[in-house]
Design a binder for this molecule. Structure first.
Ligand SMILES: C[S@@+](CC[C@H](N)C(=O)[O-])C[C@H]1O[C@@H](n2cnc3c(N)ncnc32)[C@H](O)[C@@H]1O
Length: 535
């Protein structure tokens, strides 16, 4: 049987190698490490003690079958009556079939969230796809929302990841009295969109145990998500029921353990005070402002004069040393990732440059006559007397801004589907005008990005997952539906999951571990001289 597991791991490795970490992130394809699958299967056996009916097993997202493999090692054959696995990706369907169909597993190819149960199951072991909401398209989101509403009568938030839908929809597949052990991101305990899961777990079933791994105990080296095992029975909870919350170590042998009355969980708005929750040290939840210094882009006072097409600036003869790349407004950015050319200018059809010189006027006049002529032309238009220019010395010097690796639009109108604000990952040397908010990594974020540059796409993903609704709620709305978001408003947004990502990255860096496999994409801004990331 060990051979079968070794074979499975070989196949898993080769299938994983076919996709980058970012693709696997999008498709929710991070397999459960073998020791963890085994730990969960063993714990399931312990929870089943005293039960006579044989196991009818379901894994709704089977992958190569790590849980089935573990199940077969933990339960004797005679205790397994039936076993099925659902899988959407044909590559994994084929792999699981070739590995396990002789050993009694039946494969159901397809999207679990679209299937009706063929029978009910008394044991679910699952590590559902952790696909973030912004990778679920609008039509699918609407379909999932309807499916959840139909079953429970609740409206699930549009920000919920696919794992939440899996867990809720699996309810229909469970035999009364059956057990389920779900390995899911622990964020559901504290984020707003986790409310529906918290309601399900306290109202609809008998929640037995939530085990959280400590942030520095990495379960998925490459997914960078803090996980929890949620164990429950499909049964009404008895009065005075208490739920076990544990943290660290293993589920069977945790480092800390506590029993919380179900009644307390029901009334807690978030499960952050519980052991294993986000607030282990009793501090407030982290916000974006803990990870980024957020500033508005610079105000020139006269964009039409100071910001030119680079080509035009060269024709005028303004020396390169007094030109810096600057981004156009977001309507001219068709992609969320801003790539750079070899000069660090964004690779856009129209490259813009801002005129920025701190030399006093006599020096410019003496050493840079073409720039002098241009500035003089500005004077004839009264640019130097403008509100901002007249308060600067010299009047043509710009505010200091370094390029920032992440940007958010400062204002926008909510279009259908998309929120009013957009995030960008700036891999160029371009700075930005005040139509953007600039996010400069600080503290632990700065350290984590420096130590593990492959975090850039993951952090960017986290930013984009904040969701228009939340951003719009935090910002202000003006007449005509114009939304604005001030730096302090963006800084206030909760960033619980981001905190965990960073904690784990730093823990790995401290242990001297390298970059995870599959993180080949070049991270960070490609800056020749900018301070914001690796070349
Ligand atoms: C997190 S992996 C877990 C795989 C395996 N159970 C394990 O623990 O190693 C999730 C699996 O679900 C599959 N998947 C993603 N979306 C799915 C869907 N809508 N229906 C069924 N399977 C899906 C992925 O292809 C992936 O194999």
């Amino acid at each position: 049987m060990l051979d079968a597991e070794a074979h499975r791991q070989d196949i898993q490795r080769s299938l994983d190698a076919e996709r980058s970490a970012a693709e696997r992130n999008r498709m929710g394809q991070f397999a459960t490490p073998e020791p963890l699958a085994l730990e969960i299967a063993r714990y399931a056996r312990r929870l089943r003690e005293g039960r006579r009916e044989p196991v009818v097993f379901l894994d709704p997202a089977i992958g190569t079958g790590s849980f089935y493999s573990a199940l077969r090692r933990v339960f004797p054959d005679r205790e397994i009556a039936d076993a099925r696995g659902v899988e959407q990706d044909p590559r994994f369907v084929d792999a699981a079939r070739s590995l396990w169909s002789q050993a009694g597993l039946r494969l159901i190819p397809g999207d679990f969230t679209r299937l009706a149960p063929d029978r009910t199951y008394n044991l679910i072991l699952a590590n559902p796809p952790y696909v973030r909401h912004h990778h679920i398209d609008g039509a699918n989101k609407a379909r999932l929302k309807t499916a959840v509403a139909r079953r429970f009568g609740w409206a699930i938030s549009g920000l919920a990841g696919l794992y939440a839908h899996f867990l809720l929809l699996a309810d229909a597949w469970m035999t009364p009295g059956g057990l389920a052990l779900w390995l899911i991101p622990s964020e559901f305990m504290v984020v707003n969109y986790g409310a529906i899961l918290r309601a399900y777990l306290t109202e609809n079933i008998k929640l037995l145990h939530i085990h959280r791994f400590a942030p520095d105990e990495i379960q998925f080296g490459d997914a960078l998500v803090t996980s929890a095992i949620v164990a429950f029975e499909k049964a009404g909870p008895p009065p005075d029921h208490r739920v076990k919350f544990t943290l660290g170590g293993s589920i069977a042998n945790p480092i800390q353990s506590e029993e919380i009355p179900l009644a307390a969980l029901r009334v807690a708005r978030k499960w952050s005070g519980m052991i294993g929750g986000a607030v282990r040290h009793g501090g407030p939840l982290p916000t974006l402002g803990d990870f980024f210094a957020i500033r508005r882009g610079l105000a020139t006072g006269a964009n039409a004069f100071f910001i030119l097409e680079r080509r035009q600036a060269r024709e005028i003869g303004i020396p390169e040393e007094f030109l810096r790349p600057i981004l156009p407004s977001s309507r001219h950015l068709s992609t969320a990732i801003i790539e750079a050319d070899s000069d660090g200018y964004p690779t856009l059809e129209k490259s813009l440059a801002i005129v920025d010189c701190e030399l006093p006027e006599p020096d410019v006049r003496r050493d840079h006559p073409r720039l002098w002529d241009y500035l003089e032309s500005g004077k004839t238009m009264g640019i130097h007397e403008g509100y901002l220019a007249s308060r600067r010395t010299p009047w043509y010097a710009q505010e200091r801004r370094d390029p920032a690796p992440f940007l958010c639009t400062y204002m926008g109108r909510g279009k259908s589907g998309a929120g009013p604000f957009r995030f960008f990952w700036n891999r160029s040397r371009a700075i930005a005008a005040n139509v953007y908010l600039m996010l400069y990594p600080r503290g632990s974020m700065q350290a984590a990005l420096a130590a593990r540059p492959e975090l850039y796409p993951i952090v960017f993903d986290q930013l984009r997952s904040i969701g228009g609704e939340l951003l719009a709620r935090e910002g202000r709305v003006y007449g005509g539906g114009l939304h604005k978001l001030e730096p302090s408003e963006l800084a206030r947004l909760p960033a619980v999951e981001m905190g965990r990502v960073i904690e784990k990255a730093l823990a790995r860096a401290v242990r001297g571990e390298g970059h995870p496999p599959g993180s080949a994409e070049a991270p960070g801004p490609r800056s020749r001289s900018g301070p914001i990331g690796p070349a």
